[in-house]
Design a protein around this ligand. Structure first.
Ligand code: M6R
Length: 611
């Protein structure tokens, strides 16, 4: 949560910072602020609401003058203190010597704050973050880096920070513990940010900080020390994201663009990874020899939200195809219930961002208990990717909309390839492997067929957009798809939506059905369809309208239900992929009809870096 940016160099700093936090807005968008070092003093501008409000304010006040070389900016997702201008970052110390932007939570802030108040420091906000500049001021004796390091030594909790000092113009200090920081290295300029989204326009060369690192950043060099003030060395990496991917490219919303990108993003996830001749998958990042694959006797998947739903599908793949006992854990639960983990357990984190705090904590816990750990991530170089010794990147490209779409389908495709690889090391024949590998190759085409039906889906969405409650039901591989359909609808349209196993409906929730509550039943022509039809009848008997997903050609479904979302014929393994795409479009068009802020739903942030 929260996006931070800092810049030092020769460009128009206001522009770099504002564009940076606009790109990071998916991390939080309840208030924003900027601190510019102008003529030896900080000029701070803040506004409540989205970055657009700040852009307007900065423009109106004419603070965009060229020649400004150093500045920091922040877009906030509130934890401590309401979204007000006073609580918006950057925060300064009482003497206005240091300005700080912070992402994370300072757990011992109230003790530190009381101590600082007793020493005469005046606080202006309710935030935990404000203690940081005051602590730096307290320790400052003309050595910027030492003051920051001593301040950080006092802090318990998590932080990604960028600090600017009026006594050290042109220099920034960035540090991380638990919240990501990446430094973009340019020609006589540096841009530091929470993630590469704010950097890609300027340079492809980046340095990822590790936890405990403190970086002294000047326009032409970066020096990194650890929290004990000892120099450490970190290599540079090259990012390969195309700048066009972080722009809307003619679509009204990033979510719609990302839905439409799925045939391509899945192609990228699969490219070069299928060995059709041998009927297996090549996943070199897993770095496992056949004997390692055979040794795995249990898989624990840890994830949150949409990634958790992908993980539920993964469980079915691993058990049914590879015969490996698999559990799926809500990541926050895993750490606190003292799980049983063995040396032959593979703990698999699934995370688009690679920064989700609960998923990261789960994987650390599994590692501590001796499990082998691996990850399926989208963001290259993210914390979870670096915490795990093995992994598979989904290569979906930047996912900017808060509602996850293309990451989900690519995660499922990667899970299926992993299951294929594990199955081939155990019970799959070469022929079975070849059949499945050929099927995986078909996913982009299946998804394109659903996208081609967008107009039909939009019509159905408009018809039901006034409902206040929805149920989504499914069985087998379509059960996690039902959960994902409900999550998409609730997060972007604010309609109360619940996903249930189709069989579970009559154990309670059926009491809520009436003519005002539509049920979306996933009744594709795969295993379980007949039983789902019985559940549809039960819903109809309670006069609930029923919208189904059904396999193209299954004309009987039209008689049985109010509306049909047509899905191309697939095996049960692939069924959730095109089906979820139809549900993404349904949610999108319902939210659009209701006039919702689709890419930035209220109260949400893309990257959940707090527990
Ligand atoms: O980055 P992650 O995949 O770890 O994020 C997990 C969830 O926060 C995320 O999937 C969230 O549920 C999305 N907003 C769903 O659309």
């Amino acid at each position: 949560m929260c996006g931070i940016v800092g810049y030092t160099g020769n460009r128009q700093v206001t522009e770099v910072l504002l564009q940076g936090i606009r790109r990071l807005e998916y991390r939080g968008y309840d208030s924003a602020g900027i601190a510019l070092l102008e003529d030896g003093n900080f000029r701070v501008i803040k506004s409540v609401g989205k970055v657009a409000g700040l852009v307007e304010k900065v423009g109106q006040n004419g603070h965009g003058s060229p020649g400004i070389k150093t500045g920091i900016a922040h877009t906030r997702w509130a934890t401590h203190g309401a979204p007000t201008e006073a609580n918006a970052h950057p925060h300064l110390d009482s003497q206005n010597n240091f300005a700080v932007v912070h992402n994370g939570i300072i757990e011992n802030y109230s003790v530190l704050r009381d101590r600082l108040i007793k020493k005469g420091h005046k606080f202006l906000s309710e935030t935990d973050s404000e203690v940081i500049p005051h602590l730096i001021q307290e320790f400052y004796q003309n050595d910027f880096a030492s003051a920051v390091i001593q301040a950080l030594q006092q802090i318990e909790g998590t932080y990604g920070i960028v600090v600017s000092s009026k006594n050290h113009p042109g220099q920034l200090i960035a540090a991380r513990k638990g919240s990501p920081i990446v430094i973009g290295v340019g020609e006589n300029e540096m841009i530091v940010a929470s993630d590469i989204m704010a950097i890609v326009s300027y340079t492809a060369k980046v340095i990822y900080l590790n936890d405990g690192d403190v970086a002294l950043i000047n326009p032409n060099n970066v020096e990194i020390r650890n929290i004990h003030n000892v120099p450490v060395s970190r290599g540079t990496s090259t990012i390969d994201w195309d700048i066009r991917l972080v722009e809307k490219g003619g679509f009204e919303h990033f979510m719609l663009k990302e839905i439409h990108e799925q045939p391509e993003s899945i192609t990228n996830a699969v490219r070069g990874r299928l060995d059709h001749a041998n009927g297996t998958a090549i996943l070199s990042g897993l770095n496992m020899q056949p004997q390692d694959l055979v040794a795995i006797d249990r898989i624990i998947i840890a994830a949150c939200g949409t990634s958790l739903h992908a993980g539920m599908i993964g469980k079915y793949y691993f058990e049914e195809l590879a015969g490996i006992l698999t559990e799926v854990e809500q990541a926050a639960e895993f750490r606190y219930r003292n799980p049983i983990v063995g040396v032959n357990t593979l703990a698999l984190a699934i995370s688009q961002s690679g920064e989700t705090a609960d998923t990261l904590a789960a994987i650390k816990e599994a590692k501590m208990k001796g499990a082998q750990v691996a990850a399926i991530c989208n963001v290259v170089g993210s914390t979870i990717a670096r915490e795990t010794e093995r992994g598979v990147y989904i290569h979906a490209g930047p996912e900017i909309s808060v509602a996850s779409t293309k990451a989900f389908t690519s995660q499922v495709a990667v899970l299926l390839m992993m299951a294929l690889k594990l199955a081939r090391s155990r019970r799959f024949t070469q022929q079975e492997g070849i059949i499945l590998s050929n099927e995986i190759e078909m996913i982009p085409e299946l998804i394109q067929k659903v996208i081609d039906r967008s107009k039909e889906i939009e019509k159905i969405a408009k018809k039901w957009s006034g409902a206040k409650d929805f149920f989504f039901i499914g069985r087998g591989y379509l059960y996690p798809a039902a959960l994902e359909g409900a999550l998409k609808l609730k997060e972007i349209s604010y309609i109360h939506a619940e996903g249930y196993h189709a069989a579970e409906l009559k154990h309670g929730p059926i009491a809520l059905l009436d003519p005002s509550v539509p049920v979306v039943a996933l009744a594709n022509d795969v295993l379980g369809k007949d039983k789902t039809i019985s559940n549809i009848q039960e819903c109809k008997a309670r006069k609930s309208p029923v919208i189904v997903t059904a396999t193209e050609g299954d004309e009987g479904m039209k008689q049985l239900t109010d509306d049909v979302l047509w899905i191309p014929r697939t095996s049960k393994y692939l069924a959730p992929l095109p089906t979820v795409v139809a549900l993404q479009l349904l949610a999108y068009y319902i939210a659009k009809e209701r006039g919702c802020p689709i890419d930035h739903p209220r109260n949400l942030a893309k990257s959940v870096t707090v527990e």
